[in-house]
Design a protein around this ligand. Structure first.
Ligand SMILES: C[S@@+](CC[C@H](N)C(=O)[O-])C[C@H]1O[C@@H](n2cnc3c(N)ncnc32)[C@H](O)[C@@H]1O
Length: 290
């Protein structure tokens, strides 16, 4: 979604997934009480249907219900894998790249005392700031950056990020929306301000026919309700094999310490899996700066 003036709709979708799952899927391992408050009232209806298990009869509502339910199943293992990697390696700074409606800054008690920065495309970030006004807790430092256009390292430095102190970077649900060149440029930029002992947690999509077909189907379903598809404006632009992603990170001084696919994570958590193949193509890789 490079160079857009509109707030990201995929950020709303994943937030709806977190709100639908909160307290219901993998209780004890997953919770996100910030998700529902971050949604607008009209965005909460489909979340409530999923929470209540109330399958709507009307087609348009049914498509919304299925979309939110699928997102809830994807987002729980993804969140757990990333939260675990953050907790396991405390850093004085956390930078969330393409933060969308991520509530971690407010949600995670482990981040008390950590300087949290949220980087996002300006329109999405402004929308987040409006929505987050009532959230209890300390807000992060907001840094508006478009990865396809702006200079990440300079923008962070101007907002108080210290390149001489370790940083944990969270790059969740963003890589598919960037071109290969934008991903590489962002890796170069973050590596330039990664002190020793920094950690990078990156979620990306491995290539796979079933995932592509799944997205085509999701687009067709949305089109059948007469509304424009979220993914028409925010198409996937790059997929990465684990080998290619590890090579990119290695090139920037990061050594991979963990790489998991979300099918395995979901199975370990015993969470529902109606789309096991698409879970299997979504990966979370953890790499540490040596
Ligand atoms: C699917 S949302 C994920 C949001 C969040 N990380 C999460 O997992 O809840 C994709 C996010 O990537 C951001 N994004 C996409 N392209 C971007 C770009 N070129 N520059 C900055 N942010 C971008 C969007 O604004 C949006 O917040």
């Amino acid at each position: 979604m490079s160079h857009t003036l509109r707030a990201s709709r995929t950020a709303v979708l994943v937030c709806q997934g977190r709100a639908a799952a909160d307290g219901l899927i993998a209780p004890g391992r997953f919770a996100d009480p910030t998700a529902m408050p971050l949604l607008r009232p009209t965005e909460r209806a489909a979340v409530q249907w999923v929470r209540d298990g109330a399958v709507p009869r009307q087609w348009q509502q049914r498509v919304d219900y299925e979309t939110v339910r699928a997102n809830a199943e994807l987002i729980v293992p993804r969140t757990v894998a990333i939260d675990d990697a953050i907790r396991a390696h405390p850093s004085p700074q956390l930078v969330i790249l393409g933060a969308g409606l991520d509530g971690r800054a407010w949600r995670m008690p482990e981040l008390a005392g950590v300087t949290v920065f949220e980087v996002d495309q300006p329109a999405t970030q402004q929308d987040k700031r409006d929505r987050a006004e009532g959230l209890p807790g300390t807000p992060p430092t907001f840094v508006p950056v478009d990865f396809g256009r702006d200079r990440l390292a300079e923008a962070l430095a101007a907002s108080g990020h210290r390149a001489d102190r370790a940083t944990t970077w969270v790059w969740e649900g963003v890589v598919p929306y960037l071109t290969t060149a934008e991903v590489a440029a962002t890796a170069t930029a973050l590596a330039a301000c990664s002190a020793p002992d920094s950690r990078l947690i990156v979620n990306f999509q491995a290539p796979g026919t079933s995932t592509t077909l799944g997205r085509v189907l999701a687009r067709l379903l949305m089109a059948s309700t007469g509304r424009s598809s979220v993914w028409a404006k925010e198409p996937w632009r790059s997929t990465w094999t684990p080998t290619a992603m590890a090579a990119l990170l290695h090139q920037h001084g990061y050594a991979v310490t963990r790489d998991e696919n979300l099918f395995d994570t979901a199975r370990a958590l015993a969470t529902p899996m109606r789309h096991p193949r698409s879970l299997g193509h979504s990966r979370v890789m953890v790499a540490d700066r040596v």
